[in-house]
Write a protein that binds this ligand. Structure first.
Ligand code: KIV
Ligand code: ZN
Length: 514
């Protein structure tokens, strides 16, 4: 039987902690549900000691998600470990993941600890974690730039202290595939007891080698890969889950290992993450990009017509990309919509269906044909419409090219307390004017950081999607809007940002009072 590789997903920890990818509690739960449906082995849900929000998210995920092991990250500091133990205690299966840097650069310049002190911290942390949890992972941060003999000593000590997984991260994305293979093979032969625990790889993508390095680690004996959807993570990101899983599966003849992930969920999971974080996936991204299975050049199309194998090494269906674009319309009922969503890889919860149906009907009223991509955009963005306290009732925008008039926007917002408020703003362009009008209505100061737009589906009545990032009171938020009118989509995205900021401020006030 071939070796089984554990897929450890860190989208919600390493991914979420990187700039531009923060998620609300509700969004983290949605991503965690999708990861569980996809059958990853471990979900690293967060870093509980980092903030109260992180702690609550890990606790909520541990309480709800069944199937995968739920891991929480902590430094080797006792109060970090205790907080993590509390956060994951309600999980069906939990893991404490503790780490300390082992490389000379980190020991001398960051930790200011001797090699022996580092080992002592690591051992104490693993023992404390093991006193509460049978599943303990130890990571030697910057393991790749650590002296080999010393790294082997650290790993032996933590295994003797009770670690059940040892992770050797390439924290700064410095390694090469040959080095990875060599190091993992050497550790496998050198460290006493390593054959009884999981040996894990965690690669960053600074040189674009994270996937190649992770695969090389597997060839060298790693039994766990740490990775993230769409490759998100610190700086240039982590090893992309969809790429590494499809490489192992497509080239099973070469790697000779198995993974338990349901690959038909990859495309929908990637799209969901892109929508909730407001970061589009590049068209040419391997496995999940729009072009990943598109064949444009005449010679390629000719080959594909003769046989798919000429230019296709994977069938799109294996990653959840469907050939057919079933078209729904205003007469399509709840059953057809839920059924189609299911075929596309989205298991809708009962409370989601009503909101999604409402948005679907609104869209079908203005758009004759609702494509799969429209339905997907509604599903992945549905949280926008559920979020108060403000909602958009009416919007009118004046634009200008070479004229005298100033671009302006008038809008009416309804508040969940039943009141409405109308204001007009002006600015350099329509989006700027909407920002001013929103500020006047809601009393929030918005500093726009970025705006990305794209068209979803086909035809004159295609929907536009807007992803925006903005700062309110020094905190960065993302917003997502969807409409057949692209300016209205921007207004929706900005409104989501304002609503998030207001809800966040309310939450902080409540926590302080308590
Ligand atoms: O990159 C890294 O070293 C990490 C560890 C905490 C696992 O993310
Ligand atoms: Zn990392």
């Amino acid at each position: 039987m071939s070796r089984r590789i554990q897929i450890f997903d860190t989208t919600l920890r390493d991914g979420e902690q990187s700039p531009g990818f923060s998620m609300s509690l509700g969004q983290k739960l949605r991503v965690a549900r999708v990861l569980a449906d996809m059958k990853v082995d471990i979900i690293e849900a967060g870093f509980p000691a980092a903030s109260p929000g992180d702690y609550e998210a890990v606790r909520a995920i541990a309480g709800e998600i069944r199937g995968p092991i739920i891991a929480g990250l902590c430094r080797t500091i006792p109060r970090d470990i205790e907080r993590t133990i509390e956060a994951v205690e309600s999980a069906e299966n939990s893991r404490i993941h503790t780490f300390i840097a082992t490389s000379p650069i980190h020991r001398d310049l960051k930790l200011k600890m001797s090699p022996d002190e580092v080992i002592q911290h690591a051992v104490n942390a693993v023992k404390l974690a093991r006193s509460a949890c049978d599943d303990v992972e130890f990571s030697a941060e910057d393991g790749i730039r650590t002296e080999r003999e010393y790294l082997a000593e650290v790993l032996q000590a933590v295994i003797e202290a009770g670690a059940t997984t040892v992770n050797i991260p390439d924290t700064v994305g410095y390694s090469t595939p040959t080095e990875m293979y060599d190091l993992f093979s050497w550790l496998g032969k050198t460290v006493p007891g390593i054959e009884n625990v999981h040996m894990s790889t965690h690669c960053h993508n600074d040189l674009g080698l994270a996937v190649a390095n992770s695969l090389a680690a597997v060839e060298g004996g790693a039994t766990q890969i740490e990775c993230a959807l769409n490759g998100i993570g610190e700086r240039a990101g982590n090893c992309a889950l969809e790429e590494v899983v499809m490489a192992l599966r497509t080239r099973a003849d070469h790697y000779g290992v198995e993974v338990g992930v349901d690959t038909t969920r990859l495309a929908s999971a990637s799209h969901l993450l892109a929508a909730v974080t407001g970061n589009f996936v590049p068209r040419n991204k391997a496995i999940v990009g729009e072009n990943a299975f598109a064949h444009e050049a005449g010679i390629h199309q000719h080959g594909m017509l003769a046989s798919r194998e000429t230019y296709e090494i994977m069938e799109p269906e294996t990653v959840g990309v469907k050939d057919s674009q079933l078209i729904l319309g205003k007469h399509s009922g709840r059953h057809a919509v839920v059924d189609r969503a299911k075929q596309m890889g989205y298991e809708l919860e009962d409370d989601e269906v009503e909101l999604i149906m409402k948005r679907f009907k609104d869209l079908a009223d203005v758009k004759k044909r609702v494509f799969d991509s429209d339905l997907e955009a509604i599903i992945t963005g549905y949280e926008t419409s559920t979020m108060g306290p403000w909602s958009l009732n009416w919007l009118s925008v004046v634009s200008r090219v070479n004229g005298e008039s100033t671009p302006s926007a008038s809008l009416t917002l309804a508040h969940e307390d039943g009141t409405t408020s109308t204001h007009t703003g002006d600015g350099d362009g329509p989006v700027d004017a909407i920002v001013e009008a929103l500020e006047l209505v809601t009393g929030t100061k918005i500093e726009v950081l970025s705006l990305a737009m794209r068209s979803i589906s086909l035809g004159e009545d295609a929907q536009g999607e807007a992803n925006m990032r903005a700062k309110v009171d020094g905190i960065e938020y993302s917003g997502h809007g969807l409409s057949t009118d692209i300016v209205a989509a921007c207004a929706e995205a900005l409104l989501e940002i304002v609503n998030r900021a207001i809800r966040n401020a309310d939450q902080v006030r409540q926590t302080n009072v308590a």
